[in-house]
Design a protein around this ligand. Structure first.
Ligand SMILES: [Mg+2]
Length: 282
């Protein structure tokens, strides 16, 4: 695939902004998915705007930027939107002075602090408990989060995904951390920030500075990526490099505009544009 082949039919497509999922779309665990880095580089060479939109809440943008850079993809921090980022921005906008307790990996705290929020000094003084994935979870940390909620903290979650594709297969995700706290406290999660929420869609569109009809979301999850697109009026492409098979995609009520084997197939948008406009026009 070359930049020239993409460029030749560029005028036939109105898609200027690409919202790209990370886990299962760009990489799996520590490994880049074949062809993904090159496909993104080609989009950038064509002057297309890109933003990476991930439900990962346990890493910060800086950590994500370093990971992508290690794969040969240099992305400015402003083009990375994680559920930790959007959660921190939400709390800053509406609860700026509320002390926050975090149940999750260090990346979440880094992102909360970067937004200027205050971390509570002890669980009992927290007004919000933020839950995300915690890959080195201990009993004490779970118990501290439990005590924060017992002392009145409201619960917000970066996302509620059940699993994520790890290096050695599907692994338990934030739903498991939420389940432990909700079951023990009897309190509900008040807000889940991650995809398919409109907060994530709005953050991506704002970063791209484009209206939804000029954008495309590409991801491996029907429930988060494709559903976000459907709710926000953004066209959708499902890639089969993550958790969903072609059969599952075809059986689903959520019909993506395109189903691609890999992110590399984004080239089809520009080489067979006439067919695609018809296909997408449903
Ligand atoms: Mg994904």
């Amino acid at each position: 695939m070359t930049a020239r082949s993409l460029d030749s039919k560029e005028s036939k497509t109105s898609i200027e902004g690409f919202i790209i999922d990370l886990d299962g779309t760009v990489y799996k665990g520590k490994q880049a998915i074949e062809g993904a880095v090159e496909a993104i580089a080609d989009l950038k060479r064509l002057g297309k705007r890109t933003v990476f939109l991930s439900n990962r809440g346990n890493i910060s943008r800086k950590m994500c930027q370093a990971k992508l850079s290690g794969m040969g993809l240099d992305v400015p921090e402003e083009e990375i939107l994680l559920s930790s980022t959007v959660t921190a921005n939400f709390l800053r906008a509406y609860y700026r002075h509320s002390p926050v307790w975090a149940l999750g990996d260090a990346g979440l705290r880094e992102e909360l602090l970067a937004a200027g929020l205050t971390l509570a000094s002890k669980p009992e003084s927290a007004e919000w408990l933020v839950i995300t994935l915690h890959e080195t979870l201990t009993y004490k940390e779970l118990n501290d989060a439990f005590r924060a909620v017992r002392s009145g903290a409201r619960i917000i979650a970066t996302n509620a995904d059940k699993t994520f594709p790890g290096d050695d297969g599907d692994s338990i995700d934030v739903a498991g951390m939420i389940g432990a706290i909700v079951a023990a406290t009897g309190k509900e999660v008040e807000l889940v920030i991650g995809k398919p929420s409109s907060l994530m869609a709005d953050a991506a569109l704002q970063a791209l500075r484009l209206p939804p009809e000029r954008c495309l979301i590409i991801g491996d999850s029907l429930a988060s990526d494709i559903q976000l697109g459907k709710k926000a009026g953004i066209r959708t492409a499902l890639v089969l490099t993550g958790s969903v098979s072609r059969e599952e995609a075809e059986a689903s009520e959520l019909r993506p505009d395109w189903v691609w084997n890999t992110l590399e197939d984004v080239v089809q948008l520009h080489t067979g544009a006439e067919d695609i406009e018809t296909e997408a026009g449903e």
